[in-house]
Design a binder for this molecule. Structure first.
Ligand code: GN1
Ligand code: MG
Length: 371
């Protein structure tokens, strides 16, 4: 889909926002939705910026349910934040309604669009630069889980069934491998062997859930480092974004995804996997940040499983990238040939790096538990 400046202005004209449209540009981030940053000038000359986002209906087959979840969660968080006068640096995520009062509009090419405030003075990072950022991001996601911990779970609907069902992801990879629709299996035998030799771990968390040892909570489900807005001046996490996958889930998948996304010195699609590494100081900073805000509601078993969760979701994400590669790159947006394969390889390298350090990771968590 290519979209012109006029189209962006046209989308904006359907939302209940003030001012004159100045400019709009695409934000090249995220693998799923299409995002634009739009600038407006109010009558008094004040500049206001907004995010317009088109929901990917290939991924979210029920965009209106996604919007209902987001509305509930942002309302819940904003009510609490205002009541307690607590606000991570002064900004929270708000939905701007359409002029008809609904939480989204039908815009160009029939797509479903929503409008958020732009979180000013902040930026996102694809690669973590220091332990402070890692700590801050983890603290923000822990705080997010804490803020929604009293939102009844039935108020949030499942928008992508089996999203973090690792056994199901694994089964889909095996099916993709068998059908080999794009004749690519021959190039990825090493990756397939790596994954299949770890089949025994894919069900561990869901088995605990089925046995009643873990419970579902309202979780974010996509706690990548670049889904948290970080203050450019202070490096403090200001606000968690990308609420599309907020659903009932396991807190552990959120924690693990933080380790996956904020411990390696290179990006998720780095072609040279020898550079991929789960760096222990980043892990420790994430544990400390996360537990600062999440320890009050986590169970001892959840805390024990923190290191394992990092390994599992890295494997799961590797499985998802490889499946998409074998199926012809239909899910994750790619920017080059073999992009999904490169992404898969970094995930598997991360799994290996975590395995090599799992004892040390566990020791750190145990030390924290005893303190
Ligand atoms: C996708 O949209 P984005 O880039 O924040 C994906 C996540 C993956 C992530 C991997 C709805 O997130 O599950 O972990 O890519 N989101 C969806 O980078 O599938
Ligand atoms: Mg995102």
């Amino acid at each position: 889909m290519s979209i012109r400046k006029d189209d962006i202005a046209g989308i904006g004209s359907q939302f209940a926002i003030n001012g004159i449209f100045v400019e709009g540009e695409e934000v090249q981030s995220g693998h799923i939705n299409t995002t634009y940053l739009a600038t407006y000038r109010n009558e008094d000359g004040e500049i206001r910026r907004y995010i317009f986002q088109r929901i990917n209906e290939n991924v979210f087959s029920e965009p209106l349910v996604v919007m209902k979840n987001i509305e509930r969660v942002t309302n819940h968080i904003n009510r609490k934040v205002f009541r307690k006068k607590r606000d991570f640096g002064g900004q929270t995520l708000n939905l701007y309604p359409g002029k008809d009062g609904r939480n989204c509009i039908v815009g160009v090419f029939g797509g479903i669009w929503r409008c958020y405030n732009y979180i000013e003075g902040c930026r996102t990072y694809d690669v973590v630069e220091n332990t402070r950022q890692a700590y801050q991001a983890a603290k923000a996601f822990g705080a997010f889980q804490d803020l929604v911990s009293d939102l009844p779970i039935e108020k949030v609907e499942v928008t992508i069934p089996g999203f973090h069902d690792t056994p199901r992801r694994y089964a889909r990879l095996i099916a993709a491998m068998k059908s080999d629709a794009c004749d690519r299996v021959k190039d990825v035998q090493k990756e397939i062997d790596f994954i299949t030799s770890r089949e025994s771990i894919v069900g561990v968390l869901l088995d605990h859930l089925a046995a009643g040892r873990l419970i579902e909570r309202v979780t974010h489900n996509d706690t990548k480092l670049n889904n948290v807005m970080i203050d450019e001046q202070t490096d403090e996490a200001v606000c968690v974004i990308d609420l599309d996958t907020v659903m009932p889930g396991l807190a552990l998948y959120d924690f693990g995804d933080l380790i996956r996304g904020a411990t390696s010195p290179v990006a998720e699609d780095e072609p040279d996997t020898s550079k991929v590494e789960m760096r222990l100081p980043m892990f420790e900073a994430i544990v400390e940040g996360y537990l600062e805000t999440a320890a009050s509601f986590l169970t001892p078993l959840e805390i024990d499983l923190l290191p394992f969760s990092a390994k599992l979701i890295s494997l799961e994400t590797g499985i998802r990238f490889l499946t998409d590669y074998l199926e012809g790159d239909k899910y994750f947006r790619i920017h080059r040939d073999s992009h999904n394969l490169d992404r898969c390889k970094t995930q598997l390298a991360l799994v290996k790096s975590i395995e090599d350090q799992e004892d040390k990771m566990l020791n750190f968590v145990k030390k924290w538990q005893r303190a």
